[in-house]
Design a binder for this molecule. Structure first.
Ligand code: FES
Ligand SMILES: [Fe+2]
Length: 415
């Protein structure tokens, strides 16, 4: 349970809020590179952390990321002409480049030096893993660019997707760090889990956030072994969930190899979120299923439109399928997660909840992030600004007296 004030502290990410200031200290995934393919192509409106921006690919192929409103009188630069390394506003022709320099003011006298005194807010971008990343924070605090393992994988082995989520980002985060729900919400889609549906959860803080284990009794030899499923929370909104292997998904009988999954819940504003999935097959090409999983799950890619399933149509929950044995009546793991997250409403009232024994990671997450937001205001650096190339997670059976913290590759930072 959180007080109403704590709940707002967790959920609000506008520029003046403590959590918004914290999030602005990280590189953020903003777009898929495929949304900005064309050099000098159409600029995109991008809303992030409650602010409006325009993104464009300039003549040199570089991605510019600017405040949306023109420095002159505020016309939207999403309507601008994208030409010769800059956006030229269609209202009076002022032109701004990717560095925020006002490079032309055709309505001013030729002798004017006005434009040299102006600087339009522009933000550094990078492209990695076919994702456009942006840093919105104070320039003097720009952190090292994160070296996620999947961004260095060959293109054929990785994929990124992005789905619009009609609720606050923390509802997404709290769904993905909640190991207990899989046995219920996803029970018609995920196979191979033990019958023990009341996992014991243990969490430890790490440099990047925290890691936690959900420990279950295996179906056989429960006196000798334990089944450990490890999930990592990486500040400010990422989760690493155990890799998918062949046979794990009921609907995906031929996933070859080992598909590692990193998820990100990026606030659009306080009531909307981009849910990114970064998938990486360490052992071969990424199956098409993962490459297009958003579409296959019946969700349109975010930049194309809103998900087909939403609160207005009760996420197309199929009662006949439920009568026939399906647990949730919603097809696909992502749609199931979105259904419960969005079904709570835009910002769930955490002062009215009743947390149970399996909510250990939820409690840890809130405490860690509220603490980090408070500490930043007191001058302390945020967690997870390092370069974490070797983050690994897994689920496996280990001897019952092995501390899960000691199992190799469980949350290790190897580089
Ligand atoms: S408002 Fe953009 S040039 Fe005037
Ligand atoms: Fe889930």
């Amino acid at each position: 349970m959180l007080s109403r004030e704590e709940n707002l502290l967790l959920c609000q990410t506008g520029p003046e809020t403590p959590m918004g200031k914290l999030m602005r200290r990280y590189w953020l995934p903003a777009l898929l590179s495929e949304e900005l393919v064309e050099v000098d192509g159409e600029p995109l409106q991008v809303r992030l952390l409650g602010e409006n921006f325009v993104a464009f690919r300039d003549t040199n192929g570089r991605v510019g990321f600017l405040d949306e409103n023109c420095p002159h009188r505020g016309a939207s630069l999403a309507y601008a002409r994208n030409e010769e390394c800059g956006l030229r506003c269609i209202y009076h022709g002022w032109k701004v480049d990717a560095d925020g320099q006002v490079v032309d003011m055709p309505t001013e006298p030729a002798t004017s030096t006005f434009r040299n005194r102006l600087r339009h807010p522009a933000y550094p971008t990078r492209e990695a893993g076919d994702v456009v990343w942006v840093y919105l924070g104070p320039p003097e605090h720009e952190p090292t660019f994160p070296d996620w393992e999947w961004t260095r994988a060959p293109r054929a082995q990785r994929g990124a997707s992005k789905i619009f989520e009609d609720c606050n980002y923390a509802q997404g985060v709290e769904g993905t760090i909640d190991s207990a729900h899989s046995d219920y919400l996803h029970s018609s889609d995920i196979r191979g889990r033990p019958r023990d549906h009341a996992p014991r959860l243990e969490a430890v803080d790490t440099l990047y956030g925290f890691k936690y284990a959900a420990v279950r009794a295996p179906d056989v030899d429960a006196d000798l072994y334990k089944y450990v499923r490890l999930t990592l929370f990486v500040a400010p909104f990422y989760a690493f969930i155990p890799p998918f292997r062949q046979g794990r998904l009921a609907s995906d009988s031929d996933t070859p190899g080992e598909v590692a999954v990193q998820q990100a819940f990026v606030p659009i504003d306080d009531e909307h979120t981009w849910f990114f999935t970064f998938a990486y097959n360490r052992k071969g090409p990424l199956p098409a299923y993962w490459r297009q999983h958003a579409a296959e799950f019946g969700i349109e890619h975010g930049h194309v439109g809103r998900p087909v399933r939403n609160r207005a149509n009760k996420h197309l929950q199929d009662r006949a399928a439920m009568r026939a044995g399906n647990w949730s009546g919603v097809t696909g793991i992502n749609p199931q997660d979105l259904t419960v997250a969005e079904g709570m409403g835009p910002i769930v009232d955490r002062s009215r909840e009743h947390l149970g024994a399996t909510d250990v990671a939820i409690i840890r997450y809130r405490r860690r992030m509220l603490q980090a937001a408070g500490a930043l205001a007191a001058g302390q650096e945020p967690p997870g600004l390092g370069v974490f190339a070797g983050l690994r997670t897994d689920e496996r059976v280990v001897p019952i007296d092995t501390p899960w913290q000691d199992v190799p590759t469980f949350g290790e930072v190897t580089a």
